[in-house]
Design a protein around this ligand. Sequence first.
Ligand code: ATP
Ligand code: MG
Length: 474
Amino acid sequence: MVSRSPAKGGARAPDEPVNPEPSHASRGRQVIDRDPARKAERGRDRDSAADDAEPESERGPELPRFGRDGAPEPEQYTVEFEEGRIDPDAAKVVKRLTRAGYEAYLVGGAVRDLLIGRSPKDFDVATSARPDDVRRLFRNSRIIGRRFRLVHVLFGGGKVIETATFRRPPEQDSQRENEDLLIRNDNVFGDAHQDAYRRDFTINGLFYDLDHNLVLDWVGGMADIERRAVHTIGTPVVRFQEDPVRILRAIKFAAQLDLGVTPEVYDAMVQCRGALRKAARPRLFEEVLRLLRSGASRRAFWLAWETGVLDVLLPELSTYLADLPEDDNSVWRILQEVDRTTLERKSPLDDTVLWAMLLLEPMREACAGEKDRVEAAYAFLEPIVDRLNVPRRIADAVRRIVALMPRVEAGRTGRFARTQLYPALRDVVELRAAALGEREPIEGDELSAAGTSAAGEKPARKRRRRRKPRIEAG
Ligand code: ATP
Ligand code: MG
């Protein structure tokens, strides 16, 4: 077995999940002006350039002036994104807010993805305007959330631009320090810089000022985007203890965006993984599902395994992996096939299929030789359902799929072909066969019978790539 030494960031095993080489090429990377003289000077230049181009009344608002009242000043980078990369409705929201005299920025995942060269999934806005003010400015909006109120501005096609008032980081009760950092209250309004500090990772803490094409960086996010590293804002151990789900988010960003994890963050993931037991179970379920849907599940679960996070979340899977002979990489090949199919279809597989694929090999082992396979699958799944709050609907379907697989694999599909479960069952059988290269024709399978399924062809053998350990410098 490949040895795993979670305490050491450098000890990576084959299939290590983090690709150190930038793969984002230059799509959408625009002019980034990093002149340290920055800010006001450049702002003035830009404004005078704008003077030539547009009439006075259409000029953007004044450059924000940071650093007043002792507030920290952000690094500022001029970045112009190509036409069309920024959602026009998100831009509309920001501009209407700034015209009304508020501060408003694109924030979070969208800014990160634009800078990395990916298409953002959604665009979030942060503003100095209070929820009621935002609500008043946009007829097509509604306030949501009880604990922390934010505004959904609604556009055609079901598009939602989430618009949140700046929040400050939660104050830690100094007496409780080190004992219990878990955040229970994080709903106090604040300033832009405070809203940046409360975020999880530096790459997620960048603000984009659309009026001046400026990235505002209070947290060192631009440097981490450049070196392609996931690093927490502030001390990793503290940030993971405050909210252990951030450990899973670190895994997701590293895997999905093909980034490295800094050694400090890696060690903190190892150190704090036990805190995941305290996290809200529905959040754990959601985050694990996101890893599965990410198109990079193999890398994500590898990193989870390597850091020992998997021992906490899914010990059933991690002990199965630990007991496998070194040359058995079936679980990784299955996840690789899940990723390949996800990327090919450009949309995630069904949730039931994803959970079944993840747990397939240990479950098959647990059921092997059992008379009552449904019962054996039940006994295997029950602790997982408890630990991760897996919805019954999914757990029941996974159990039946695993119990019925042998029949379908033997070509005895029979009456199952007409049941609701069948499409998922067929997907699982086909994905596994494609992954492990032992596909059998499936009776009653219209998809592959019609020759439209890629799984109908003999899959190309996939090999695990062995890579040198590599973690970005911290
Ligand atoms: P994705 O593309 O997967 O949606 P995202 O970065 O947009 O990634 P979201 O879950 O949509 O992630 O969160 C939006 C932003 O909110 C993040 O970019 C981050 O700044 C902040 N955030 C989310 N979760 C946390 C958390 N647990 N702790 C601190 N900040 C968080
Ligand atoms: Mg998001």
